[in-house]
Design a protein around this ligand. Structure first.
Ligand code: PHE
Length: 339
């Protein structure tokens, strides 16, 4: 009888330590298995005197039942604990914010280019494009650019083949010539696109974007040019901005101008941003030179026109206060995502 007590005691202390179903199964085998402790107790029955047999048998049976009961209670307990642990591990907090997919947005230059295009589309301009690999003829000759002009120098222009006289266009002005040769006036176009020059510093890139403009008609004058550019500047930079034409020179326009917009930081009073002049240069422009009209077969006595050409990067720098043009192609997310 003492032995039965001991078995129950040791079972109690062993089941106490069980933490998993595997351990629990091992414990069941140890006590109730074919060669288990309780089973071997039963085998002792035959060695006992007859009168003790029934009581001993009853006690062992009771022990067996108790152990079974304890095992099944523990099984439930362990089951519940394991399930809880698993749930905890696999838990989904549906109230957490989702992992947002980072989607990009258009590059600032694409955005500004679109803004520029939109202003001229509103004015009824058509958008045309020309090749980036040009010939010397369209890039220089037809634009009244003399043989000795410094822009023709191989230090400034990327030449592709001297045999074919091909080059990477250094401005979008050749699209003026291509358009006029293809169509009869009146003409009202802009020509956006990439241009190439051998330059690289805070305000110059070897590849950048320009938007060319060309208007040809009857009695087109500087007044139309000035009005158009003023409308453009106010739409891009703000209604309070003013424009100014300053005499300049381009081989393909006569007269030629540099176009300035009043400084947005000091309002034209003069500050560090505008070099204390109150004005910022935004593009080149002028009245189409009669020599260019003659080259494309237009009668300069019948037709007049104006043209302009601006750098998109430069417009973007002025509008968004970017102080280094090289930030645009550098692709640093910290810079790009600001716009
Ligand atoms: N093509 C000139 C440049 O790249 C700009 C310009 C265009 C000037 C049209 C006058 C007329 O600097």
């Amino acid at each position: 009888m003492k032995e039965i007590e001991k078995v129950l005691e040791s079972f109690h202390s062993e089941i106490e330590k069980v933490t998993s179903l595997d351990e629990l199964n091992a414990l069941r085998v140890k006590y109730l298995g074919k060669k288990g402790i309780v089973t071997s107790l039963m085998k002792n029955l035959k060695n006992l005197p007859n009168e003790e047999k029934p009581i001993f048998g009853q006690r062992v049976n009771k022990l067996k039942n108790t152990i079974e009961e304890l095992l099944s209670r523990k099984r439930e307990e362990v089951n519940l604990k394991e399930r809880k642990l698993r749930y905890e591990k696999e838990r989904l907090d549906v109230t957490l914010p989702g992992a947002r997919k980072t989607i990009g947005h258009r590059h600032l230059i694409s955005k500004v280019l679109q803004e520029i295009e939109d202003v001229f589309l509103t004015l009824g301009y058509e958008i045309v494009e020309g090749p980036e690999v040009e010939t010397e003829y369209y890039n220089f000759d037809a634009l009244n650019t003399p043989e000795w002009h410094p822009a023709r120098d191989s230090h400034d222009t990327f030449y592709i083949s001297t045999e074919d006289k091909t080059l990477l266009r250094s401005h979008t002005s050749p699209v003026q010539v291509r358009t006029m040769k293809k169509t009869k006036p009146p003409i009202k176009i802009i020509a956006p696109g990439k241009v190439y020059r051998k330059d690289y510093d805070v305000t110059h890139l070897p590849m950048f974007h320009q938007v060319e403009g060309l208007v040809v008609g009857k009695d087109i004058s500087v007044v139309h040019l000035k009005g158009t550019l003023d409308y453009f500047a106010k739409n891009i930079f703000g209604p309070e901005r003013k424009t100014r034409l300053v005499p300049s020179f381009f081989p393909f326009t006569e007269p030629s101008f540099e176009v300035y917009v009043s400084c947005g930081i000091c309002g034209g009073k003069g500050c560090k941003s505008c070099g204390f002049t109150g004005w910022l240069e935004i593009m080149g422009a002028g009245m189409v030179d009669p020599n260019v009209f003659e080259e494309v077969g237009y009668d300069p006595e019948e037709w007049t026109g104006f043209a302009f050409g601006m750098g998109v990067e430069r417009i973007a720098m002025l509008k968004y206060n970017v102080d280094d043009i090289r930030l645009f192609p550098r692709n640093d997310i910290r810079f790009l995502e600001q716009f």
